[in-house]
Design a protein around this ligand. Structure first.
Ligand SMILES: [Zn+2]
Ligand SMILES: [Zn+2]
Length: 280
């Protein structure tokens, strides 16, 4: 299997880090996990043909993980997808697909299909609200999910485990430390885990890329994310072979970030960058 980090960023706008997204490539097929800002174009930069993607898995409904779904679906339809895309995610996924493609973009879709310039088939999205357990499988791969501890209002968040040929790649999504993720990550060849580390926030009370006063004074206490030492402890406890840090709030002091994680985990730790690729 091959893992490609399509986006390693957070909601703050960054030219270096696009919105959360990764592709797991199994026997030439790319399974896309999360669809944050810019992910469709990042697939192209990574040499992944967006037209061949059949399955998209969403970890949760924060927009930095989902906002490019509309662009992905519409642009691949226009350029030639002729099969329905499958989209899986926690409660709210079916609602979002319906809102986007039956309502928000319905004028455009109707205009192109009624004129006969575009066929309907490729714009059909088979969205499915999922929960814990096996989510999808095909001959070469299976994907399972567990609930993690992050977005709780009206729905929940999940992490995903992709398995193929005795190998496993696990993606945490956003979460604070939780048991489920340790179990999901058990013995994984690669664990992509979010991390909450921001020298800017510690210094000024505001994360990089945001205006002073744009977050509440207790922002760090209220958000449900995972500190560097906690990520290391999870990787150690789960016994993963390689840890890849993603969902990065800052580009400063990355050596310090890595050192903090290494305090708890003596395996390989990589601070993720957009378009990095890993094989296992
Ligand atoms: Zn996020
Ligand atoms: Zn989130």
């Amino acid at each position: 299997m091959r893992l490609v980090l399509l986006g390693t960023g957070v909601p703050s706008l960054s030219l270096r880090r696009h919105g959360a997204s990764q592709a797991v490539i199994v026997d030439g097929e790319a399974l896309v996990i999360d669809c944050g800002h810019g992910s469709t174009l990042q697939m192209m930069r990574a040499g992944i043909d967006p037209l061949h993607v059949r399955h998209v898995f969403l970890t949760h409904h924060h927009y930095d993980h989902t906002v490019d779904l509309a662009h992905f679906v519409l642009s691949t339809w226009i350029t030639g997808r002729d099969f329905p895309l499958k989209v899986y995610g926690p409660t709210g996924t079916e609602m979002m697909a319906e809102a986007l493609f039956d309502r928000a973009f319905s004028i455009d879709i109707r205009a192109r299909t009624s004129r006969g310039t575009q066929r309907r088939r490729g714009i059909q999205v088979k969205a499915q609200d999922i929960d814990e357990g096996e989510v999808a499988s095909a001959g070469a791969w299976r994907v399972s999910a567990v609930r993690v501890d992050h977005l709780a209002e009206g729905t929940f968040s999940v992490g995903y485990r992709v398995e193929s040929g005795g190998k496993a790649i696990v993606v945490s999504g956003d979460t604070r430390p939780c048991r489920g993720l340790v179990e999901l990550g058990r013995g994984a060849d690669i664990l992509v885990h979010e991390v909450f580390f921001s020298p800017e926030l510690e210094e000024s009370g505001v994360p990089a890329g945001r205006r002073p006063g744009s977050v509440s004074p207790d922002f760090a206490q209220k958000v449900r994310h995972t500190k560097p030492e906690e990520v290391g402890a999870i990787a150690r406890e789960a016994g993963v072979k390689r840890l890849v840090l993603s969902h990065l709030w800052s580009d400063r002091d990355l050596d310090q970030l890595r050192a903090l994680v290494k305090k708890q985990f003596d395996g390989e730790v990589v601070v993720g960058e957009d378009l990095m690729a890993f094989d296992c």
